[in-house]
Design a protein around this ligand. Structure first.
Ligand code: AQP
Length: 334
């Protein structure tokens, strides 16, 4: 039995319009989890500025991510949704964690290596210590469960290491070991143009991703153009492993229709891609078009979104501030 009260925390960066990977890998699960847990969902704007952002676009992206949470079904009246930079506890705890976390640990982070590429000496310090801030986001709420896509698994493991080291260093049992919740058939949605790369906001090709704001024709056109091959759809999961683009389409259809991958595969085995693509496009239109409509409605009333953010900030700070007080006592600041 854990002494910690169960609580869910997760965040999404306001670095652009959200895509199907963000939705199936994370936000769809946010919505399901709110029936079982108290949840804190955050627009992580401080993470966003670890790479260059246009200030005007950043502000509108913050509201768009908030609108996307609500449009997808997050209940802002029952749960907490807010903006990271409005609760100083995140930065306060991040600094403590910068002093707990080890450089060797951060050097092993594959996302940093991927994002820094050959430019390692010239990227921001923030990009390197990003996982320490992420640990602070989660642990400022003593959160026990963290729904994320598969790409965040390594960062979550680092959060657990930081929590453990803090507890050991100070001889306390203060932080829980947050558990990743990575589930569903689309924990890593891949680019529609290259099945070896994850679908991402920063991919230069618009045709690599489906956005939550795409209209029905655009969704259909993107799926039609998705990379495939001239063979028929294979019949076994083993054969699918060598066809990452096909596997991706099957996984997405499985997630959007709530069928198992085996069910989807058995239906399309031996058929042409065109039949799979047509059904997938129809299914995506069904899922995305109501979300798109609601995002647009919400964005037409920005005053209301700002009120929702302000209320969320108050509720989030009420949880995080006493936790920071305790941390400050534990480390000897108070
Ligand atoms: N392709 C994906 N498949 C499944 N889950 C995904 N997530 C992101 N991409 C996929 C999950 O979405 C949540 C929010 O992600 P984020 O915005 O905080 O950061 P990210 O992973 O860096 O997203 P992008 O779209 O790939 O942005 P860029 O291009 O800026 O790097 C997380 O739970 C993430 O796992």
């Amino acid at each position: 039995m854990t002494k910690f009260q169960e609580r869910v925390f997760s965040g999404v960066q306001p670095t652009g319009t959200l895509h199907l990977g963000n939705y199936l890998g994370a936000i769809k699960n946010f919505v399901e989890l709110q029936n079982k847990y108290n949840c804190v969902y955050c627009v992580v704007d401080q993470h966003a500025i670890t790479v260059d952002q246009d200030p005007k676009e950043l502000r509108s992206n913050i509201l768009e991510v908030l609108a996307s949470f609500i449009a997808a079904g997050v209940d802002y009246k029952k749960q907490i949704i807010f903006q990271q930079s409005s609760v100083p506890a995140h930065s306060q705890l991040a600094w403590v964690f910068n002093c707990v976390s080890r450089i060797g640990w951060l050097n092993r982070m594959t996302q940093f290596k991927d994002k820094a590429g050959k430019n390692k000496e010239n990227v921001s310090v923030g990009l390197m210590v990003y996982p320490n801030l992420m640990a602070a986001d989660i642990l400022a709420y003593l959160a026990t469960h963290v729904p994320v896509g598969d790409d965040q698994k390594q960062h979550l493991e680092l959060s657990r290491d930081i929590a453990q080291k803090f507890n050991n260093d100070f001889g306390v049992e203060f932080f829980p070991q947050p558990e990743p919740l990575i589930y569903g058939s689309a924990t890593r949605v891949m680019s529609l143009r290259d099945g070896s790369k994850k679908m991402s906001k920063s991919d230069p090709s618009d045709f690599s991703r489906i956005l939550l704001t795409d209209d029905d024709d655009t969704i259909t056109a993107k799926i039609k153009k998705a990379k495939s091959d001239s063979e028929l759809i294979p019949g076994s999961k083993e054969e699918l492993q060598s066809k990452p683009e096909c596997l991706n389409l099957i996984n997405i259809l499985s997630a959007t229709t709530n069928q198992s991958v085996d069910q989807v595969l058995s239906h399309y085995a031996g058929k042409e891609y065109s039949s799979l693509k047509k059904d997938l496009a129809d299914s995506l239109v069904q899922v995305i078009s109501p979300i798109r409509g609601e995002i647009n409605n919400l964005l037409n009333n920005q005053d209301e979104l700002n009120v929702i953010l302000a209320e969320g900030t108050e509720k989030a700070a009420a949880i995080a501030n006493p936790i920071i007080e305790e941390v400050y006592k534990i480390v000897g600041f108070k």
